[in-house]
Design a protein around this ligand. Sequence first.
Ligand SMILES: Nc1ncnc2c1ncn2[C@@H]1O[C@H](COP(=O)(O)OP(=O)(O)OP(=O)(O)O)[C@@H](O)[C@H]1O
Length: 807
Amino acid sequence: MTKDGQILKRNENKKKHRLFKPKKKKSAEEDAAIQYLKAQYDKIVPDEIKTFKDFPLSQKTLKGLKENNYIVPTDIQKQAIGYALQGKDILGAAKTGSGKTLAFLIPILEILFCKKWTRLDGVGALVISPTRELAYQIYETLRKVGHLHDFSAGLIIGGQNLKFERKRMDQINILISTPGRLLQHMDENPLFDCSQLQILILDEADRCLDLGFETTMNAIIENLPPNRQTLLFSATQTKSVRDLARLSLSFPTYVAPHEQAATVTPEALQQSYIVSDIEDKLGTLWSFIRNHLKQKVLVFMATCKQVKYMYELFCKLRPGVSLLALYGTLHQEKRERIYQEFCRKSNVILFATDLASRGLDFPKVNWVIQYDCPENVDTYIHRAGRTARGVLGKGEGLLILLPQEESFIEDLKNNKIPINKISVDPSKIMSPQRKIESLLSDNSDLKQSAQRAFVSYVKSVSLMKNKQIFNIQLLDTDAYARSLGLIVPPRIKFMFKKMNLKNNTEKVTTENVIQKLKSNDAEHEESESCESESGIAPVIQQMKKIKEKQKIPKFDFHNVNGDSDEEEDGFIKVKKKNVEVDMTALEEENTRTKKNAKPLTKAAVAKKILKKKIKVNTTVKFTEDGEAIEDDKKDVKSELAKQFVTENVGGIDIEKAKEVLREEDKFDKIRFREKVKAKHKEQKRKLKNKKKDEEGEKDDFGSQSESDSVDLSWLPDPDKIYGKKSVSDPKEPASDSDNNQANSGSDDSEIDEKYHRPTKRKLLESKVIPQESVTPRKVKKIEDVSASLSVQEAEALAMQLLKSKRK
Ligand SMILES: Nc1ncnc2c1ncn2[C@@H]1O[C@H](COP(=O)(O)OP(=O)(O)OP(=O)(O)O)[C@@H](O)[C@H]1O
């Protein structure tokens, strides 16, 4: 098709072309440039790279880098970019903050550029990141560096509008996503098509696996075309990472520029730690913040609830610097806002969980405080790595440890992390304890938040794997609660369960407990004497303190027994004290005795039973007073059975047993028949009683017995009665009086008619008392009255009544 023809067609279908506008045809110059760049890839030597210009990169990428002041590549960039451009799969590991993001973003831009990728080509590159924040950050870096390219980039993360994402899925060239949301699109979105995928990036792969995305990741990888290039970056090379690498990479090049480095943390990061008792921790942090008001500080805590409480509390205490909190349970939008705010501000304190510990690139953080001991060395490295980032980054890290956590320092040093101990002048610690307590007493929400923080922290300590460092038994929960401003430590349900469990064991071994307690005291005294001789006072002092804590129960199990009196009882106190402390020793002791004991054979058990004359397979029930309840069903009745029971000393004679059962069966049948008879008798008796009751009821309302005399005082108005009766029940045979009425003279019939008027009848029927409940009784009474009078008497009575009515 000619050029003119093209223009013509474009004019004809203007609207259509606006929607699906094809990309400008690459100029011959651009083609030549691409050919040149591609030819240079094989000549890349990482060690010879000084600046980004030394890489064979497109002008658009170079310009994007320059605009953002990326001139000199970092070590990982030097190595990874070169191999990636050569089309190799990469397994990369580098220090935190060493610039891994650009190490994979630059190859993405270049590979798609050289393939002349257009919007219509669909997803060409896919980046999978463990957290939404990290994905967002990668997306932002891509936008900054790659804005001169024509590719479209999309951020697909949880917490966003799924519908919105769905519709735009087919227009994305570079997709940045978290694993869960990506798989959701793969499964549900027909517009999602990654069949043309060129390059896959697995960023922070170890973190993805830590967060439980292993199966999701595997499922995603299975859905991707196999003829792609893959770059996998991970700070640690765990077994699961190696498994993932095996699954996703083919003949990868291992890139680890810092493997031989003296330290695993950035060189510009100064690291120190202090040891603080749990009750002083909050005061220490408060004092630190008050002394660093002009700095950007990131404070890591173990749980979301702690972060929330500390943030709320410090806001109320007003340290004089802006405060922020970032944790997982916050809404996604809020998380993004806080992240951006912390990036923007220079004098700010951010309380955060480990959500912010990995990959997040906060610029110019001066201090990273690890308020709670990190779970392991990796977590420490990632937390500390939020400062001293990039080529020129500088920063300091401070780790606060409890005395029992100090052995963590050994782990750090063994992992090439240089860290020094510093001590804090106690007189410099300003504890806002009183103020906190008064705040909590005024503010029930804050108090609840403190309680939640307390429980969550204790729980987190109990859940930590490394029990040598995170020993719940050494945690002074009372002191911790006090430090949070809680005068009464909250009840910890899950600890109660433990406690109850241990209490059960304790009952069995009370003697052992007391014994153990004594031996502990002796050990303690011994160690004290050694200390004074050896002269290593401070260390021993520390040990002593820990030992001391071992002996004192630190959980406040308020009202476990609900009995304060018991606590005053010395013996019970002793019992309680050692419930927590000596359980491991007790368990050991139990297992030791178990080990020493001879194994019990079945024969030995049977012998024991015979010796004790225990009847096996028999159940004896007792009343509440402890008296045995005899079960007559089990008593044998027949002579043969009695004889069998007394004779039966062992073994079973089946034939005899059958005979006995047959004999017993006869008695059982008799017993059953008697039972049925008794049941029938009882039923009859009940029926009789019921009938009697019904008759009794009738007597109450109907005519009385013969002895009753006629009482005319209750005689109702005959007009009403007769009128009603004649209408209400025409089938009912008319009474004598009715007949008399009907057969009487014309006057009477007139009157009768009058009283048979439907209006009046209606009136009568609609009177308050329900007809059915009253009518039979009244009719009955009238019938009875009529029956008791002679015809003349009745007539006279009726006439008399009529006369009085007329008057
Ligand atoms: N070549 C460079 N020159 C200057 N600064 C750079 C360079 N490369 C990266 N940076 C900066 O260094 C910081 C850390 O980079 P990046 O986030 O990519 O590190 P990372 O290795 O991914 O860290 P983490 O392991 O913590 O996720 C960022 O602020 C980034 O802008």
